[in-house]
Design a protein around this ligand. Structure first.
Ligand SMILES: Cc1cc2nc3c(=O)[nH]c(=O)nc-3n(C[C@H](O)[C@H](O)[C@H](O)COP(=O)(O)O)c2cc1C
Length: 320
C-alpha cells in the first residue's frame, strides 16, 4: 500500500507473521529516470523474504527494464500493478487501464518475463467497470505469458473503494482460472481470512488495510488455521514499540513523525476516546512528547475491549 508498506512497516509485519510481502507500487518511468525517491521505495531487506517489488507504468519496454532492475535490487518476484484506479495513473494507460487492452498486456508480460528469471505476478481489479469484468480473460493472458499468480482485488476500477469486494466473482474466476489466484478485499479479521480462503477456494488471500487496525491479523489467521486457537493479544504499546524501532531504523527522518502519528492512530481504531487521542497526536510536534502521549493512551486502554469497526469506512482510496 502506497505510503504505508515501506521497508519499515514490512519489517514489522514480517515479525507479525505476514507470509509474502510486496512493496508499494513503484513507477517504471521513475526507475528509468533514476529517481532517488523511487529507488528508496524499492529498498528491501533480507529479513523480509520472500518479498516482491510491485511496478506500474504504461510503456512495455520501460516495464521490462524495470523488471530487470527489480531482480538486481534483490526482489524475489516482480508484481505488475493492474489495479490502480487513480486518474493520474489510468489517464496515461497504466494501472487498471491496462485491463482494457489485453493484447498490450500480453506483450508487456512477455517482455517482462524475458527480462528476468524471477517469477512475474500481477495484481488486478475484477475489471474496468461492471460491464467489462474480464478478470478471467486477464488470467488466461497471464497464464499464456508464464505469470506465476494473479491477485484480484474484488472491485472494479469504476467502484474505487465503494461497495464490497465481490468474493462470489473471485470464486468464479478461481474455479475457471488456469493459474493460482489470490483473493483480496475487505478481510479485517482472522476468521474472515479463513472463511474467504475456504469458500472462495483461492490459493491464498491478501490482506491490505486490515493489518493497519489489527497488526496481529496475520499471526491470528495462521494460528486459527494451523492450531484452531486464538492467540493472546499483545499489549498495544509493546506492539507499537516494535513498529517504532523499525520506523527509526528505516524511515527517512523527515517522514518519521508523520508515520508515527499515522500508525498510532490506526492502531487506536475502535478504542474509547480514540478520536481525542488522534487529535492530540496530530497537534503534537515534539517526537518525545509524541511517544509519551502514545504510551499513556495505549496503557490506559490496555485492558479495555476494542469495538468491532470492520463495517466502518476506512481508507477508502489507494493505488490498487
Ligand atoms: C492507502 C492505500 C494504498 C494502496 N496502494 C496500493 C499499491 O501501491 N499497490 C496495490 O496493488 N494496491 C494498493 N492498494 C490496494 C490494496 O492493496 C488492496 O487491494 C485494497 O485496499 C483492498 O484490500 P483490503 O480491503 O484488504 O485493503 C492500496 C490501498 C490503500 C488503502
Amino acid at each position: 500500500m502506497a505510503g504505508i508498506t515501506d521497508c519499515a512497516f514490512r519489517h514489522f509485519m514480517k515479525k507479525q507473521g505476514a507470509g509474502i510481502l510486496t512493496t508499494e507500487l513503484v513507477s517504471a518511468n521513475g526507475i528509468e529516470h533514476g529517481s532517488l525517491r523511487t529507488r528508496k521505495i524499492m529498498q528491501i531487506e533480507p529479513s523480509q523474504v520472500p518479498v516482491g517489488i510491485q511496478i506500474f507504468g504504461e510503456c512495455p519496454e520501460n516495464l521490462a527494464k524495470a523488471t530487470a532492475f527489480c531482480e538486481e535490487k534483490g526482489a524475489d518476484f516482480v508484481d505488475l500493478n493492474l489495479g490502480c484506479p487513480v486518474n493520474k495513473v489510468v489517464k496515461k494507460g497504466a494501472g487498471s487501464a491496462m485491463l482494457k487492452d489485453l493484447p498490450k498486456l500480453g506483450h508487456t508480460l512477455s517482455l517482462m518475463k524475458k527480462a528476468t528469471s524471477l517469477p512475474v505476478t500481477i495484481k488486478i481489479r475484477t475489471g474496468w467497470d461492471q460491464n467489462s469484468r474480464n478478470a478471467l480473460e486477464v488470467a488466461h493472458v497471464a497464464f499464456n505469458e508464464g505469470v506465476t499468480w494473479v491477485a484480484i482485488h474484488g472491485r472494479t476500477r469504476a467502484q474505487g473503494y465503494e461497495g464490497l469486494a465481490d468474493w462470489d466473482f473471485i470464486k468464479a474466476v478461481k474455479e475457471a482460472a488456469p493459474l493460482p489466484i489470490i483473493g483480496n478485499g475487505d478481510i479485517t479479521s482472522a476468521s474472515k481470512a479463513l472463511a474467504r480462503l475456504k469458500t472462495s477456494g483461492c490459493d491464498g488471500v491478501m490482506i491490505g488495510r486490515g493489518c493497519l487496525k489489527n497488526p496481529q491479523i496475520f499471526k491470528e489467521s495462521l494460528n486459527l488455521m494451523q492450531a484452531h486457537t486464538k492467540i493472546t493479544k499483545k499489549n498495544l504499546y509493546d506492539l507499537f514499540l516494535e513498529l517504532y524501532k523499525s520506523l527509526v531504523l528505516y524511515c527517512e527522518p523527515k517522514i518519521l513523525n508523520l508515520q508515527i502519528k499515522k500508525f498510532a492512530s490506526w492502531f487506536s481504531t475502535g478504542y474509547p476516546h480514540s478520536a481525542q487521542f488522534r487529535k492530540q497526536l496530530f497537534t503534537q510536534k515534539d517526537p518525545k512528547d509524541l511517544l509519551k502521549i502514545i504510551e499513556d493512551y495505549f496503557e490506559q486502554i490496555a485492558a479495555l475491549p476494542q469495538k468491532d469497526t470492520s463495517d466502518e469506512a476506512f481508507l477508502m482510496g489507494g493505488h490498487g
